[in-house]
Design a binder for this molecule. Sequence first.
Ligand code: ZN
Length: 346
Amino acid sequence: MLTEAFFRAIPKLALHDHLLGTIARETFQDLARLRGAAITAEEIAAFYIRGEKPVGVLRAFRALEAEVLQQPEDFHRITYEYLAAHARHGVVHAEIFWNPTGSARNAAEYARLRSGILAAFEDARRDLGISALLIPSIDREAPPEAAMALVEWMIEEPDPVAVGIGIDYNEVKGPPELFVPAYQLAGRHGLRRTAHAGEFGCPPANIRIAIHQMGVDRLDHAYTAVDDPELCREIVDRNLIVTVVPTNSYYLRTLPRESWAAEHPIRRMPGLGLRIHPNTDDPTMHLVDPSRAWSMMHRDFGFGPEALRGFLLNGIEGAFVEEAQKSVWRAEHLAAFDRLLKDTAP
Ligand SMILES: [Zn+2]
């Protein structure tokens, strides 16, 4: 059995975290007080539990967007704290989702709030040696016009660090076909593309739309691909890396407690050829950290050193960085992995 210390020490990439899901509870409370948001400490506390969230929890998210995070320095604080927490768990590079349309109303406001995030990226790189990219993300519970507006803002206010787009929130409420025009516009302007698809038990057809019509460069979740071997082959042939989340709340909620890990689709994905990479998603709100997300792959889903080594390579392959950076990471991270493995299991 590999130890928690091993998982903490291996160099890691984080390709699937949502900025709002990384906020520490004390920071949420501090900022809510500072900005005079109408949200109680109890409502905030209810957010920080594992598994099923209480009714009305979405309100906390929306309050965060609309009432709490008002200034670039608010975004700076949560971004820097997130990167510092991940760096303590061996993360050397993070690509993070943020839904600008929840807080900004136009391109100028988008750029103004984004400046806090980008300044935090620079500070964290200087102080902690961790690099980061931003993936402005479509809120699929908002109308498709907001998605279009977001991509237009990104075109109007380009920055190489805001490398591409994603799409998140509830896939049942916002099916992918509604957002194809926004993705196509992003593609025409050279933005990288990833998408949450096949989450919440949504049909594999959603993953097909992400690939064929949205033109994604990688996939987030895509669990229901396991029900469709032909789709799995296509994902493999197109060299699409899939970010997965061991603590994903849908399966915690819907699978029987005693057989949860055995029945989880993550367990079957590598056997179908899918190249997966484990992530924390909403780390503070799901009470998980990168070391634990990786150790769950081993302890709960039974993946051994060889498979874990492959996940490490998958993350590098799927990152939205230049090939030169990838080859540096491949050499360094594999060497570190192999050395730590040797120290752990002589
Ligand atoms: Zn997610």
